[in-house]
Ligand binder design. Structure first.
Ligand code: AP5
Length: 218
């Protein structure tokens, strides 16, 4: 199964992928996580792309596509499939993904468009906290950890992402509207677009995706 999760920053792509990747047995590939790992590691690529992420802009297509190509080449043969989170984000990336998958004898099953309202995503992003050690996602009020500032899963310290401040969030929303929303039509034209209302509670969004998968089987 190959699924692309498409939606605005804060729509809940990472939360949904984390909740379902084990149950579906797929690889969860988040370009945001791959990019943050390069930056944290201080690699030459990380140093080059830090400024794009900090300003809320997009990392150049060729850098991100290369990362994805490497991940797919390393895992395509295991047959597990993928849940792409935050990729593709431009028309060029969407076309590149089709080509990379094709080269490996694969194709996207469907793209899940997670529709969420602006006021809701703003609240989610400003309250988001992430575990420094294992990457688990929390929200200060919506999905709080049992002990403030401490990860329930591994005891790691929770932090606020550098790009989760109001100025950068506003820029990310503009970039999403200009560069990412147009690919909705790309997948619609391929007959591969399914939409869910992502304003709902996380369990309901997960159930909506599972229903789509069940309907596809029958
Ligand atoms: P990335 O990390 O991909 O960020 P994003 O797309 O802005 O998405 P987010 O991670 O902010 O949101 P999400 O939808 O995953 O929400 P989450 O589940 O965490 O990218 C960061 C940057 O990297 C980009 O700005 C860009 O610079 C660069 N980049 C990445 N990919 C790129 C690409 N392909 N090309 C070029 N550049 C790229 O949830 C958010 C919060 O809400 C959490 O606190 C969670 O607990 C809560 N929550 C989630 N769902 C629900 C729910 N249903 N109900 C209540 N609360 C919820």
């Amino acid at each position: 199964m190959i699924i692309v999760l498409l939606g605005a920053p804060g729509a809940g792509k990472g939360t949904l992928a984390t909740a379902l990747k084990d149950q579906l047995g797929v690889h969860h590939i988040s370009t945001g996580d791959l990019i943050r790992a390069e930056i944290k590691g201080g690699t030459p690529i990380g140093l080059e792309i830090k400024r794009y992420v900090e300003s809320g802009g997009l990392v150049p297509d060729e850098v991100v596509t290369k990362m994805i190509e490497g991940k797919i080449a390393a895992t395509a043969k295991d047959g597990k499939g993928y849940m792409f989170d935050g990729f593709p984000r431009t028309s060029a990336q969407a076309q590149d993904l089709d080509k990379i998958l094709q080269k490996n004898g694969l194709q996207i099953d469907f793209t899940l468009y997670m529709e969420a309202s602006l006021d809701i995503v703003l609240k989610r992003l400003t309250g988001r906290r992430v575990c420094k050690a294992c990457g688990a996602l929390y929200h200060l009020t919506g999905m709080p950890s049992k002990k403030p500032g401490i990860c329930d899963k591994c005891g790691g310290e929770l932090y606020q992402r550098a790009d989760d401040n109001e100025d950068t969030i506003t820029k990310r929303m503009t970039v999403y509207a200009e560069s990412t929303r147009p690919i909705i039509d790309f997948y619609k034209a391929q007959g591969k677009l399914k939409a869910v209302n992502a304003d709902r509670e996380a369990g309901e969004v997960k159930a909506a995706l599972l229903k789509i998968l069940n309907d596809a089987k029958s």
